[in-house]
Design a protein around this ligand. Structure first.
Ligand code: UDX
Length: 440
């Protein structure tokens, strides 16, 4: 099928490349010339495993191209809206200007029988606003939220856990046409849920709200563990064996960040308040607050471990991305911790396998370096993103290069006993400090 994807960011670039990889003829359209030029040469503007290969294969097979011209959407029969809905400046609601503009720009190119498919995460009620304008073109509107995780985006797009289509009641045409677009995923077993616009929009925000709540729940337990001597990692293992609870998304640590969870729970709260149902999701404010408190706790732990002040102490901050296998620093707890420590006068040297470029753009005041440069003569080491290379660090080897063997494991991702045995003072979140300090 001939497909256009409007917006080539984290979502759109992956969606375009993945649809081309399953045989469709795809044009990705974006207003950013530099991004379009890079994508056209098969260069991924983001660090995302499998994306570069997928781009190159699609472009070489002539099934994938990128353009800044909206007129190039004309030939497509299915148009995906995949632009961002970031948090608005100065409020917690979603900034809808990109979605509004994408619709108004693409509609003149839409012809009879086309599908216009919203993929962006939007406040419930958005699709209804566009229905009339889409139908006036003789086209069909579908809301089809995306659930991809960064780091697994290509896989999640090709083999989604589920496909959700929000359609106008009885619009079989739209369902069948979208089934053709996703034929490969459906054949491989992805379930399809057909529903109305409001439900489809809510599925996305409620899924993210649930995940955020699960993480903040275990982080709240970490706060209790810290004052009772309990170990939150053991607690998570134990409650996670209950199949109704499950162990996934129960990793206590510095909390969630990224381009989705934080802004989605805030936008959901703002939308519920607009709808007069603020109290229904009031708990999400607490979820947000617990999450942000964990960042403060990490800074507090480093301060405590350094005897009450970080001033002029060298702190190695390992990790800047909001999670491993990503170069995304949007609302990253790791970057936030580095900035806070730096603000308190610590000599922070921050490092990350992929995210240093993005971090530097946001916070040029920080000192960045290699892992070796960060660790050399450090007074404390803080692991804030659980990249495999940090999890695999050998505590005995690192002990030889730092000034003081203090490690704050803000992701509970290190082997606490191994680090303590190697002579480190080990502090995790929601667990007791293990004191293995030995003379340097
Ligand atoms: C999320 C949703 O998972 C995805 O379905 C949606 O489409 C977009 O938002 P993503 O932002 O890529 O995806 O990251 P995710 O893997 O969900 O992690 C979010 C944050 O939670 C990260 O900062 C991660 O470090 C943190 N996290 C995750 C925890 O702190 N503990 C956990 O147990 C799991």
């Amino acid at each position: 099928m001939k497909i256009s994807v409007i917006g080539c960011g984290y979502l759109g670039s992956v969606h375009a490349a993945s649809l081309a990889s399953v045989g469709h003829d795809v044009v990705g359209i974006d207003v950013d010339t530099a991004k379009v030029n890079a994508l056209s040469r098969g260069r991924s503007p983001i660090f995302e495993p499998d994306l570069p290969e997928s781009l190159v294969t699609g472009i070489d097979a002539r099934r994938l191209r990128f353009s800044t011209e909206m007129a190039d959407a004309r030939e497509a029969e299915v148009h995906f809206i995949a632009v961002g809905t970031p948090q608005s400046a100065g409020s917690s609601s979603a900034d809808m200007s990109f979605v509004d503009r994408a619709f108004s720009d693409v509609l003149p190119q839409v012809t009879e029988g086309d599908l216009v498919v919203g993929k962006s995460t939007v406040p419930v009620g958005t699709a209804e606003r566009f229905r009339e304008a889409v139908e006036a073109r003789g086209a069909h509107l579908v809301w089809n939220p995306e659930f991809l995780r960064e780091g697994f985006a290509v896989k999640d797009t090709i083999e989604p856990d589920r496909l959700v289509y929000g359609v106008t009641d009885g619009d079989e045409y739209a369902v069948e046409k979208l089934n053709e677009v996703y034929a490969t995923a459906i054949e491989a077993g992805s379930p399809v849920i057909v529903t109305d616009f409001a439900t489809a929009e809510l599925v996305k925000v409620s899924a993210n709200a649930f995940l955020a709540t699960k993480i903040s729940f275990i982080n709240a337990m970490a706060e209790i563990a810290e004052v009772t001597g309990a170990d939150v990692t053991k607690l998570a293992d134990a409650i996670g064996y209950d199949k109704r609870i499950g162990r996934k998304f129960l990793n206590a640590g510095v909390g969630f960040g990224g381009g989705c969870l934080p802004k989605d729970i805030r936008a959901f709260t703002a939308r519920a308040e607009e709808l007069g149902r603020g109290e229904s999701v009031a708990f999400l404010k607490e979820v947000d607050a617990i999450n942000l408190r964990r960042r403060e706790r990490v800074v507090e732990l480093v301060t405590e471990e350094l005897g009450g002040s970080v001033f002029q102490k060298k702190v190695a901050v390992l990790g800047l991305a909001f999670k491993p296998n990503s170069d995304d620093v949007r609302d990253s707890p790791a970057l936030d911790v580095a900035v806070r420590l730096n603000g308190l006068g610590a000599n922070v040297v921050a490092t990350d396998p992929q995210a240093m470029k993005n971090a530097r753009q946001l916070h040029p005041q920080l000192v960045y370096g290699s892992t070796e440069e960060a660790l050399a003569d450090a007074d404390a080491v803080v692991v804030v993103t659980e990249w495999p290379e940090y999890k695999d660090l050998d505590p005995a080897t690192v002990h030889r290069v730092v000034r003081t063997p203090i490690v704050v494991d803000a992701r509970n991702c290190l082997d606490a006993d191994a680090w303590a045995d190697a002579g480190w003072e080990y502090a995790g979140l929601g667990r007791q400090v293990k004191n293995g300090r030995r003379a340097n």
